[in-house]
Design a protein around this ligand. Structure first.
Ligand code: HEC
Length: 152
C-alpha cells in the first residue's frame, strides 16, 4: 500500500468517525422502554447526576410557588437563577453523546425558562406563576417521551 492510499484511507476513516460522532450526538443512545417511552442508556453515575438535577428542579418549583404566594419577588429571582441557564454546568462530553438532540434542547430550554420566571418577578406573582406554568409543560413533555436505564 503506497502513501497516497494510506492517506486516503486515513481521511476516509476520519470522515467516518466524525459522521459517527455527529450521528450519535443527534440520536443519543436509546432503547425502547417497557412502557413505550425511549429509555436513554446511561452509566449509573451519569443517571444519578441528572436525577439529582431533576430533584433540584422540583425543589425550585416548590420554592418559587411558595415565594410567589408570599409576594417575595427577591426570593423568586434567587431560586430562578439557581436553576436557570447559569446552572447548566459541564455535562461530560461522553454523557452528551448519549442524550438525544431533542432531550438536550428540552433540557436547555427548561433552564432558560427559569430565567424567564426570574424576569417575570419584575412584574409580580401572577406573571411568575404564568411563566412557571408555561415552563412546566417542558417537564411534562420530556417525562412523557424519555426515561433512563443503566448499562450496568
Ligand atoms: C430534557 C428532559 C427532561 C426535562 C425537561 C425534565 N425532566 Fe425530570 N426527568 C427526566 C427523566 C428522563 C427522568 C427519569 C424518569 C425515569 O427514568 O422514569 C426524570 C426524573 C425526574 C424526577 C425524579 C428524580 C428521581 O430522583 O428519581 C423529578 C422529581 C423530575 N424529573 C422533575 C422535573 C421537573 C420539576 C422538571 C421541570 C422543571 C423536569 N423534571 C424536567 C427528564 C426531564
Amino acid at each position: 500500500m503506497n502513501t497516497k492510499m494510506l492517506s486516503i484511507l486515513a481521511i476516509l476513516l476520519w470522515v467516518a468517525t466524525a459522521a459517527f460522532v455527529g450521528f450519535r450526538f443527534m440520536t443519543g443512545t436509546t432503547v425502547e422502554a417497557t412502557d413505550g417511552r425511549e429509555a436513554i442508556v446511561l452509566e449509573a453515575a451519569e443517571r444519578d447526576f441528572i436525577l439529582t438535577e431533576m430533584r433540584g428542579f422540583l425543589v425550585g418549583v416548590q420554592e418559587i410557588i411558595s415565594a410567589a404566594n408570599d409576594g417575595d419577588m427577591d426570593e423568586v429571582k434567587k431560586t430562578a437563577h439557581r436553576i436557570g441557564s447559569a446552572e447548566v454546568e459541564g455535562v461530560p462530553p461522553e454523557t452528551m453523546l448519549k442524550l438525544p438532540m431533542a432531550f438536550k434542547q428540552l433540557g436547555m430550554s427548561t433552564h432558560a425558562g427559569f430565567d424567564d420566571v426570574g424576569l417575570a418577578a419584575e412584574i409580580g406573582p401572577d406573571a411568575v406563576l404564568q411563566a412557571l406554568e408555561e415552563n412546566m409543560s417542558k417537564c411534562i413533555a420530556c417525562h412523557e417521551t424519555y426515561r433512563f436505564t443503566t448499562s450496568e
